[in-house]
Design a protein around this ligand. Sequence first.
Ligand code: GTP
Length: 374
Amino acid sequence: MRLNKIPATVVTGFLGSGKTTLLASILRQVTGKRIAVIVNEFGEQDIDSSLLRGCALGCEEGGEDERPVEGEDGGFYENGIYELANGCICCTVEEEFLPVMKKLVARRDDIDHILIETSGLALPKPLVQAFNWPEVRQHCTVDAIITVVDGPAVAAGRYASDVDKVEAQRRADDSLDHDPSLRELLDDQLSAADLVLVSKTDLLEPADKARVEALVAQRVPESVKTLFIDQTLATDTTQLEALMGIGAASEENIDRIENHHDRHHAEGAHHDHAHDHFDSCVIRLGEVDGDALADRLQQLLKTHEIYRAKGFAAIPGKPMRRVIQAVGERLDGYFDRLWGQDEPRRTQLVIIGKALDSEALHAALASAEIATTT
Ligand SMILES: Nc1nc2c(ncn2[C@@H]2O[C@H](COP(=O)(O)OP(=O)(O)OP(=O)(O)O)[C@@H](O)[C@H]2O)c(=O)[nH]1
C-alpha cells in the first residue's frame, strides 16, 4: 500500500546549516513533480518561506501575509507553501502540523511529494511520530529524513566536543564550543538521519572534511550515507532528484531516533527542550544604510551569543530587496527581487541566539536607519 502514499522528505539540521538553500534548489530544478512545502521557523517572522516563494512555481510573492496554497479552481498551485512560524514544529505537532497534513492529505491527488523544513532547533522525533497518526499514516510516508550538517561549523567544533580539541580551540568561537544543548541537538538530528548532507564544503579544507566525516561516522550507522555538498548541488538536477524517492519509511523505525527531551523525562528529571534555552527577536526598521547595517551587525555577531540572523533590508535608491544572512560570524548579503509595488520598503531581521538583549540589539542596528518605518 506504501506505493500509493505521498512521500514526505523531512529536512532537518541546525540553524543556518543550509536547509532552505537545499529546498530552494529542489524547487528550482525538480520541475516534474508537484511539490507541497511546509516550512517551520523558530522566530516569529517567517523569512524562509518568503525566500522559497521566489523558487516555487505558481507562487507569486507579494505582501507579507500571503499564504499561497490554493489556486482559483480550489486546487493546489504546483508548489504550495505552508508556513509554520513562531515555534519549533516538535512542540506544535498537534496544533499546527497535523491540521496542515490533513489539508494536504485531502488534496492528495494534486501532490506528488511533500518537503518539510524543520526549524534549526527542532527535534525531529515528534514530527516523524506524527506520521504514525492514523489520519496521516494511511496516506503519507516519510520518504527520508535528511539531516543537513554545517561542515565549517562542525569542523570548528561548535556543536561537539569530540572533534580535535586543539584544532577546535584554535578555530572556534569559544562561546559556541562544547555547548551541551547544541551537542544534544546535533546528536538528535543525526540519529534521525536516513541521509546526511554535509553542506558548505566549498569552505572546508581537506583536513576539516576528514574531521567532520569522522564525527558524523561516530553518530550514524554505516548504512546511513553521508554526502558532501556545496553550491554546485543547486544546479545538479540528477542529484537533487535522487534525494526524493529514497523510500525509507522512517516512521516505521522511529525508535532509533534519539530525543534527549524524552529521555530526561523518562528518568524523572526536569529537563526542558534544548531550544527553550534559545531566544529570538525581530528587529524592524525603515530604510537603512546597507554598509552601516552590515557593519553594526558584524559587531553584534562578535559581541553577542548570536547563532543566526536573517531577513531583508530596504536600501534607499535600490529597487531590489537585500537579503541579509548571518550564520555564526559569517555575514552575507545579496539582492534577491524587486520590492512589490504596494509592499512597504522596510527592514526586518530575525536574530536567534542565547540571552539576547533585544533592546540593545535594536539600538545598535537602528543607528543604521535613515528613514522611519511608515
Ligand atoms: N558557502 C556556502 N554557503 C552556503 C551553502 N549552503 C548554504 N549556504 C549559506 O548559508 C546561509 C544559511 O543557509 P540557509 O539555507 O538559509 O540555512 P537554513 O538551514 O535554512 O537556516 P535556518 O532556516 O535559519 O535554520 C546562507 O547565507 C546560505 O547562502 C554552501 O554550500 N556554501
